[in-house]
Design a protein around this ligand. Structure first.
Ligand code: ZN
Length: 76
């Protein structure tokens, strides 16, 4: 799969952190499976992965704390 941003790079499987801003703080999901361009570093998450992250965001939004760090492999 070629990169849609720089068009010259190749998207490779990778594990990257995902940062989400909540109303009350931040959620950091580590080790999220994604595709990463080996040239420009553009990151692409699969729709199914983003859906799972939205579930996590919805769950953590209700908890009144500032920063959450979860591991995707354990949370999903
Ligand atoms: Zn690229």
């Amino acid at each position: 799969m070629n990169c849609l941003v720089c068009r010259g790079g190749t998207m490779c499987e990778s594990l990257e952190p995902y940062f989400a801003k909540l109303e009350t703080g931040y959620l950091i999901v580590e080790n999220v499976p994604c595709w990463k361009c080996n040239q420009c570093g553009e990151i692409l998450f699969a729709a199914s992965v983003l859906e799972r992250i939205e579930d996590l965001i919805a769950a953590y939004k209700k908890v009144a704390s500032k920063i959450f760090i979860v591991d995707y492999r354990q949370a999903a």
